[in-house]
Design a protein around this ligand. Structure first.
Ligand code: ADP
Ligand code: MG
Length: 347
């Protein structure tokens, strides 16, 4: 099924503009992630798609070519998975998964077959007779997914389904969830505030900020070609190199960085993984913090950017410079991302 969202907006009765006019298409079987910080309107958009929230006049939601804008949630054939799995505590796993089929009056024999199939795909067969409280967090999450997909919904909507789990389990489950979602081949919209989760699970990501869908693209597109500063910072923590341009050289407190032609009127952004320690580098600063995260060190270097801003860099070596030591840095100009930016442009 193709989901089409046309001019969808939502103003709550108290005047809160939770969602500005939004247009978006999600293709058949595609997994799209809505990614953005808390309060940016992700859940509001998801609830509008589900029919749980009525959008402002002029908004349209289409499932394939059918306009469902005025259709109640229970008639939209939508599957939902929430952060709090909301499993029925007094029902077994099997009864939870079969619930939607029972409501739809699917005959018992067919119901049994479908539930068995979904339990198998979600690796829950061995737990079918247990109540939810006798399951681990990850297993409960799989039951919630199984229950949502068992009635073969036209679209699956997931709202931060991994947020309730602890960090280690979350990392493991997000790859597992990505694989499970793909095997069901259901068009899906997956809401998260976690960049790495969106990148692991989605075919395309829509980045949202303050009720606005800023950019939609494949994870690689958003990372390499962000349209604006918010996307560059939210996906991959790009940092603005705010300084003065003189004869093609960006003058920063820590030194001069030659910039390629065409930088005028824009701000250069750089990511931590694209800054190198280099004794012959053009920038010099002082190490302020060092944190070790297994695969690399993360250094905060002061004195390079104006004011008290620090430049973060990812250092892959086995040892790191000490706090307080002077370091020189280098940046390959081809790693810079140039963006229009009202707050700090090179003139
Ligand atoms: P997200 O899911 O991205 O965290 P939400 O869609 O839940 O964000 O909320 C978007 C904005 O709308 C927030 O400012 C939130 O406070 C507001 N909001 C959500 N629900 C209501 C409501 N029922 N009445 C008024 N404001 C709401
Ligand atoms: Mg939310």
């Amino acid at each position: 099924m193709t989901l089409t969202i046309e001019n969808a907006a939502k103003t709550f009765t108290d005047g809160t503009l939770a969602l500005c006019s939004t247009n978006l298409t999600v293709g058949p079987g595609e997994i799209l992630s809505l990614l953005g910080p808390s309060g940016c309107g992700k859940t509001t958009l998801l609830r509008i798609i589900a029919g749980l929230e009525s959008p402002d006049a002029g908004s349209r939601i289409l499932f394939d070519n059918t306009d469902v804008t005025g259709l109640a949630a229970e008639h939209r054939n939508v599957g939902m998975v929430f952060q709090s799995y909301a499993l029925f505590p007094n029902m077994s796993v099997r009864a939870n998964v079969g619930y939607g089929l029972k409501v739809r009056k699917v005959p018992a024999v067919e119901r049994r077959q479908r539930v068995d199939e979904v339990l198998r795909l979600c690796r829950l067969t061995d737990y079918a007779d247990r109540p939810p409280h006798a399951l681990s967090g990850g297993q409960r999450q799989r039951v919630a997914l199984a229950r949502a997909v068992a009635p073969r919904p036209s679209i699956l909507l997931l709202d931060e389904p991994l947020s309730a789990l602890d960090a280690a389990l979350r990392d493991k489950l997000r790859d597992e969830l990505a694989a499970m979602l793909r095997q069901f081949r259901i068009t899906a919209v997956f809401v998260t505030h976690d960049q790495s989760e969106a990148m692991a699970i989605a075919d395309r990501i829509g980045v949202m900020s303050k009720g606005t869908l800023l950019q939609v693209g494949r994870p690689e597109e958003l990372y390499h070609f962000p349209d604006n500063a918010f996307v560059a910072q939210f996906i991959g923590n790009a940092m603005p190199l705010t300084g003065r341009m003189e004869n093609g050289v960006l003058q920063l407190p820590g030194g001069g960085l030659p910039l390629p032609a065409g930088a005028t009127g824009k701000t250069a952004y750089i990511r931590p993984e694209n800054i190198r320690l280099d004794q012959k580098g053009p920038l010099s600063g002082t190490v302020e913090t060092v944190t070790f995260s297994g695969g690399h060190y993360r250094l905060a270097v002061g004195g390079i950017l104006p004011h008290t801003s620090v430049l973060y860099l990812q250092h892959p070596g086995r040892t790191a410079p000490e706090i307080g030591s002077n370091v020189r840095l280098n940046i390959d100009p081809s790693d810079l991302i140039f963006l229009e930016d009202q707050t700090s442009t090179y003139s």
